[in-house]
Design a protein around this ligand. Sequence first.
Ligand code: CMP
Length: 138
Amino acid sequence: ITNRTFTMIKPDAVANGHIGNILAMITNAGFRIVSLKLTQLTVTDAQAFYAVHAARPFYGELVEFMSCGPIVAAILEKENAVLDFRTLIGATNPADAAEGTIRKLYATSMGENAVHGSDSDENAAIESAFHFSGREQF
Ligand code: CMP
């Protein structure tokens, strides 16, 4: 079944000049770009986007990092998009990420891990709507 996932290229990877290489890996893996923009989260935006993690000890650090600079937000479409994208990005901790994954290549730490990928179809829809209007989805 063709479906969609949501991704962000995080501030570390944008600052380190990896936007082009990461988008190339995504399109070479067969994902179609439905929506795409360079943007920056406010602290309030990041708190809301990561509200599910509000009780975690790393929440403050996560919110501060995700609002510290520009990100690339995108909606991606492919067969089995959510699971296949999580395979392409690799484990949350880059030390555990498989060879050839985006995080193995470009992440620096558990917090500054280069990319986000939705963990379910339901969250992909919620996260996509957070960043993009219907008119921005192609
Ligand atoms: P992501 O899965 O995109 O969304 C939640 C983020 O929280 C996750 O990426 C990591 O970047 C971050 N995260 C998870 N665990 C930790 C941790 N132990 N310390 C700092 N950040 C974390």
